[in-house]
Design a protein around this ligand. Structure first.
Ligand SMILES: NC(=O)C1=CN([C@@H]2O[C@H](COP(=O)(O)OP(=O)(O)OC[C@H]3O[C@@H](n4cnc5c(N)ncnc54)[C@H](O)[C@@H]3O)[C@@H](O)[C@H]2O)C=CC1
Ligand SMILES: O=C(O)CCC(=O)C(=O)O
Length: 532
């Protein structure tokens, strides 16, 4: 296997691109390769396919629709302000569109468009029948009470409904930074009681809901679990590990985590369970370090205890809605007694695996030369700039790209959406039947053996192994979800690796993943047609 990736993605460009420019640069590289292949393929063709392919590639690159919303909010204090937000539907090659809802004071229309484009490519990478979308509401959620956040969320939902930017067959929302089950519950409730009132599938307008609102077991932890499988598919691959000089497998590997939010904490939990050791965690208000390892459960307990003993987190108290908040960004990891405070840049701490799980543009031209990890797993969306991407390729660092490794969240969102459309939870119709079938199978094996060998020494016992016993008697919706997720991540890893081999891309898994996405979206347009 050829190890080093090809360079040239961001040569000469300053490394302060916006997120949109970043995503377009990554897309542009893959598109140029597809174009070259298409051009090569036209020799002898009856008509020139190159303009057609170029037209398609440009269509795919651009964001199809953006809704900008501005509405007034009466604060608890009696003052008024205007809240702004956007919903972008990047691609409608498949419907519905799918993507998260982010509350952030630094979000703007271009970030929303970029995140929506990433969703298109991500859904294609993991074979989900969705176009990409994203919502950004420009607020700092820490500065609003729960009541104010509820008003903002419900008002925004109504605005999106009026304009066709939410609905089970049009556009399906989900949690992202600073939103969780609570907000998804408000969205579902608002939609089902307004525009979706006559639609039996209305609940499917949003995923990441609490179970009582049609949510699915395992969505909470899905992105983190997907990150685990994403890394697992590479770290157990001896070719890739030989390339970067790392022994295969998780046990004994060290990792550093940036962002202890919904994605980060579950990623930490699973990597720890699989034998890796977290030595450093960084948050907005500080970082902690312990070379012997930080226990994820102890850290979470500490953060929550500290959080509730301070008791000053208005937007995170279980409030009037009765729904507990799923993001605890008002807690802190700082002061965790089983680790030291860490003052340096956590992204530069020596480790085997670095996991940015916070926000975009954390790994840049400036710090990439000092990163000391062998693997970077992009749990966050867009954490690596094009210049940093290139530096990592040159330094033989394996980057497992966002459009693949953090796709566990949207994959389980897909399962939730299907559950809502089916109006029945996974396994409800089949668990008992399967359990009984397994029981009869064991019984018939026993009878056959007894008939063949006779019963002179008594009945031949058939003893189910503990794993078999657990599987047939203890199966749950979560088991089905987890197995579907693991399968999805495995299949997509194989596709990306095969694409990397086909284009001789070495460690450049991002370009390989974009190529996978592009090929699939192109096929949809090729077969459906793309213009009138
Ligand atoms: N929630 C989901 O299902 C998915 C989320 N993602 C991406 O994962 C990332 C994290 O999302 P969530 O965990 O959902 O958000 P979250 O809001 O639950 O957690 C983000 C955490 O990162 C911390 N943070 C922010 N800036 C930081 C910085 N500069 N340094 C250290 N920590 C920082 C925040 O304090 C917060 O604790 C985002 O990029 C998001 O787009 C990707 C796929 C799915
Ligand atoms: O579950 C979803 O639809 C979106 C999850 C998400 O925010 C993402 O994949 O970036």
């Amino acid at each position: 296997m050829w190890c080093r990736g090809t360079a040239g993605l961001a040569r000469g460009s300053p490394d302060a691109p916006g997120l949109l420019a970043m995503v377009e640069a990554f897309y542009g590289r893959a598109a140029a390769m597809v174009e070259a292949e298409a051009a090569a393929g036209v020799a002898g063709a009856q008509w020139d396919r190159l303009p057609w392919v170029r037209g398609l590639l440009e269509t795919i690159r651009r964001c199809s629709y953006v809704l900008e919303v501005a509405f007034p909010l009466r604060r608890d204090s009696g003052t008024w302000e205007v809240v702004r937000g956007w919903r972008a539907q990047h691609s409608q090659h498949c419907l519905p569109c799918k993507g998260g809802v982010r509350f952030s004071s630094s979000i703007g229309v271009d970030e929303v468009k970029a995140l929506a484009a990433l969703m298109t490519y991500k859904c294609a990478v993991v074979d989900l029948p969705f176009g990409g979308a994203m919502t950004g509401v420009r607020i700092d959620p820490k500065k609003y009470s729960e009541h104010e956040l509820e008003k903002i969320t419900r008002h925004f939902t109504v605005e999106m409904s009026k304009k066709g930017f939410i609905g089970p067959g049009i556009d399906v929302l989900a949690p992202d930074v600073s939103t969780g089950e609570r907000e998804m519950s408000w969205i579902a409730d608002t939609y089902t009681h307004t525009l979706g009132y006559r639609d039996i599938n209305a609940q499917a307008c949003v995923t990441g809901k609490p179970i009582s609102q049609g949510g699915i077991h395992g969505r909470h932890s899905a992105t983190g679990r997907g990150v685990l499988h994403g890394i697992e598919n590479y770290i157990t691959n001896t070719d890739y590990m030989d390339c970067i000089g790392l022994s295969p497998g998780f046990p004994g590997k060290t990792f550093v985590l940036q962002g202890f939010g919904k994605v980060g904490r579950h990623t930490m939990k699973y990597l720890h369970q699989y034998g890796a050791r977290c030595i450093c965690v960084g948050e907005t208000d500080g970082a902690i370090y312990n070379p012997r390892g930080i226990d994820p459960k102890e850290l979470q307990d500490y953060e929550q205890v500290k959080f509730s003993s301070e008791g000053s987190a208005p937007c995170c108290q279980a409030g009037s809605s009765g729904v507990s908040c799923s993001f605890q960004s008002h807690g802190t990891i700082v002061g965790f007694p089983k680790a030291e405070p860490y003052d340096g840049s956590i992204l530069e701490v020596p480790c085997d695996i670095l996991i940015p799980a916070a926000i975009e543009k954390q790994l840049t031209r400036e710090n990439a030369p000092r990163v000391q990890a062998k693997i970077i797993a992009e749990a966050a969306n867009g954490p690596t700039t094009p210049a940093a991407h290139e530096i990592f390729l040159q330094r033989n660092i394996l980057v497992i790209p966002d459009v693949y490794v953090n796709a566990g969240g949207v994959t389980v969102s897909f399962f939730e959406w299907l559950k809502n459309l089916n109006h029945v939870s996974y396994g409800r119709l089949s668990f008992k039947y399967e359990w009984e079938s397994s029981y009869y199978l064991l019984q018939s094996v026993q009878h056959s053996l007894e008939q063949w060998f006779g019963k002179s020494r008594g009945e031949i016992p058939i003893i189910p192994s503990p794993e078999f016993q657990a599987r047939v008697t203890g199966a749950s919706e979560k088991d089905i979800v987890y197995s579907g997720l693991a399968y999805t991540m495995e299949q997509s890893a194989k596709q990306i690796m095969a694409m990397a081999a086909r284009y001789n891309l070495g460690l450049d898994q991002r370009t390989a993943a974009y190529l996978c996405a592009l090929e699939k979206v192109l096929t949809v347009y090729n077969e459906a047609g793309f213009t009138y």
